[in-house]
Ligand binder design. Structure first.
Ligand code: NAD
Length: 329
């Protein structure tokens, strides 16, 4: 599918991620390409239409989007929504339109089984249609800035790779072909399992160091210079006030919601089970994110709020200042 020749692009799912991603397409696609959008939430369609009135057409459902577009992107919460929008939603699905020869890309983070079920259904009904999983990493801020990474479920020799890469790079930076169908998702889930485990480990290590009298800024330097160096501590430090741009330093807002981490962590554990991989840290990790998701002090906040959930001292700076003041008096 040569993207320079398309006249209609569809986008279903204009949430926290989908809305800014569709906004980048509206700002950057060649002028002749019209964008057809659908979301069950009318307000997000209205917002995009208001921002790009000449470019965006609001549709009444997934079928209308598919009828009018040669390339269709979806960005939905979970596997059940993706199955619904592509094939299980009765007469209003992407596959209730004739999508022969079209290019379909699902950017949602879902279970690999749902993604493969959708792909099999499409392959059977429309043998000339291409469907790819392309989950993203980089969060809402990355989607707004256009810096997200895509993990693409295809191999490096896929005939559509150059076109799909060019399309995805309008919304992000790096596009990594991961080897074949559903492997973009497998890569994303194993990445989030790892980053979720690291966030818990950093929180615990910081907490024990701080309780032993260490300044968290010193610990941050120590880990950075030593064998514990990792991006979560460097740039997403769970302890507030250590790294100014980390979500923790602005009240754990504007980050990757703890409930989303619980979802991805659970999906990763299901995948591990299915493929027979051992996870000694899995159960404890899931229980931590589940507990934090249900804790009113942590719910809806950035997942690195596990530091708070595990009882870390967020007021360390104030306590240190008070200790210094009392020594001086
Ligand atoms: P969101 O809940 O903000 O948005 C999902 C959108 O889908 C909503 O606007 C909702 O109305 C719409 N929707 C649901 N069912 C629909 C249907 N049947 N038809 C049409 N629209 C429908 O979620 P999000 O934060 O944008 O996340 C989307 C996906 O991206 C998830 O799988 C998430 O795990 C993944 N992701 C999120 C982040 C993040 O930081 N938010 C980062 C990376 C990946």
């Amino acid at each position: 599918m040569d993207l320079s020749k398309i006249s209609g692009l569809g986008f279903v799912g204009l949430g926290a991620m989908g809305l800014p991603m569709a906004g980048h397409l509206a700002a950057k696609l060649p002028e002749n390409v019209r964008i057809f959008v659908y979301d069950i939430n009318q307000a997000s369609m209205d917002q995009l239409h208001q921002d790009y009135p000449k470019r965006i057409t609001k549709c009444s459902g997934a079928k209308e989007v598919a009828d009018k577009s040669e390339v269709i992107l979806t960005m939905l919460p979970e596997g059940k929504h993706v199955r619904l929008v592509y094939m299980e939603g009765g007469s209003d699905t992407i596959c209730s339109s004739d999508v022969s020869g079209k290019l379909l890309v699902d950017c949602s983070t879902i279970d690999t089984a749902s993604s493969l079920a959708v792909k099999d259904y499409i392959n059977e009904k429309f043998p000339t249609t291409s469907f790819y999983d392309a989950p993203v990493s980089g969060g809402v801020v990355g989607a707004q800035k256009g810096t997200i990474a895509f993990f693409l479920g295809c191999d490096g020799n896929d005939k559509n790779l150059p076109h799909v890469t060019r399309l995805l790079q309008l919304m992000g930076k790096e596009v990594i072909p991961c080897g074949g169908p559903s492997k973009g998702l497998a890569a994303k889930l194993s990445n989030n399992y790892l980053s979720g485990i690291i966030a818990i480990a950093v929180s615990e290590a910081m907490d024990m160091g701080m309780r032993s009298g260490l300044d968290p800024r010193v610990l941050h330097k120590v880990y950075g210079a030593g064998t514990a160096q990792n991006t979560i501590c460097d740039r997403f430090c769970p302890v507030p006030g250590v790294y100014p741009e980390a979500p923790s330093s602005r009240g754990y807002t504007n980050g990757f919601k703890v409930q989303l981490m619980r979802k991805d962590f659970g999906l990763a554990l299901d995948m591990a089970k299915r493929v027979g991989a051992k996870n000694v840290l899995g159960e404890a990790g899931y229980a931590t994110y589940d507990g934090a998701s249900n804790d009113p002090r942590c719910k809806d906040l950035d997942s690195r709020v596990v530091f708070r959930y595990l009882g870390g001292n967020e007021d360390w700076q104030k306590d240190a200042d008070e200790a210094t003041a009392s020594k001086l008096t």
